[in-house]
Design a protein around this ligand. Sequence first.
Ligand code: SF4
Length: 373
Amino acid sequence: MKVKKKKGLEFCVQLDPARKQKLQKKLFDWYVIHQRELPWRKVKDPYSVWISEVMLQQTQVQTVIPYYLRFLKSFPTIGHLAKANLQHLLRVWAGLGYYSRARNLRQAARKIIQDHNGRFPESYEGVLALPGIGRYTAGAISSIAFNQRYPALDGNAARVLTRLFKLRGDPKSAGLHALLWKCAQELIPQSNPGDFNQALMELGATLCSPRRPACLRCPWQAECLARKEGIQELLPEKRTSLVAEKSQWAVAVIFHNQRVLIVRRTEGKLLRDFWEFPGGEFNEVGNLKSALAKKIWRDFGLRVRLRNRLTTIKHAITKRRITLLVYQAELKTSMLKVPHTQTVRWVRLDELKKYPFASASSQVVKALKSMIC
Ligand code: SF4
């Protein structure tokens, strides 16, 4: 079914006050009763709001909850975060993904100490100037913590508005993206803008789902233009889906004197400073084990004998679908000198928990632990 062309645009940017108030009231009434109980909803201090909002980017609510609680326990204030040891910070963040978020948090905390005497900046511009904070996060912090009238448009809120105003096109395209922000700005009330933003996102997260939105329970069912035409499931209009790129990786867990070799990533932005097992990407190689052994010789000067496969891990990063093959290995010759540096370490299995491992490598660690338990 094709969506019929019809104007919905002016409907959203030129809402008459009575209609706007009606929409706001209905949403608030619904939110008061139906909002989920989430730990960050109990607080309004900018630090906690900031941490929760950064964690919630690209990550599901249920995944975030334990990380959020653990993070605030480890770094209860901006001062603690500014002084955080990077390895400790990455360990607390490990598994949550998009690790530049953790680095940016620390960098921003340092900027707050340096430029704002340790007090979270109250102006929207001041918030937006912090490392790692974009328009969405600045809007969320300004509205929730400082009661300022700025919108916070995440994917859930954007989906609701697209349907409410029956807006066609790709919400990520420049034109529609800008229009959605305008609509969100237009709708936001003078009082309780933070609750309004959260209510809009909550509606998208709980009722106005991508497939089969629960319109019969929606507070905006009478106003929703997409629903009126029965096209709610056709909006937002889908982008051409990206073709997933497949990639094969292999690592070796090299055992020596009851220790295993781990290495710290020192290059590139992705996963820098996390620890992993030696190996790399091997696409279209004839003999994978031999290619892996050669790489370990080239990288570390170690001759290894690869044994059986310990486990296979499937992992996805954005549009990459990664298959990680994990081999058990041993040294062919005993080493004259055991390297133990800032980037290469031999550690006992019970010491692995002291090191930050990103998602795929932490699954290797889990597999190793289950071997010894
Ligand atoms: S009526 Fe349905 S499609 Fe429209 S906003 Fe509500 S849940 Fe979404």
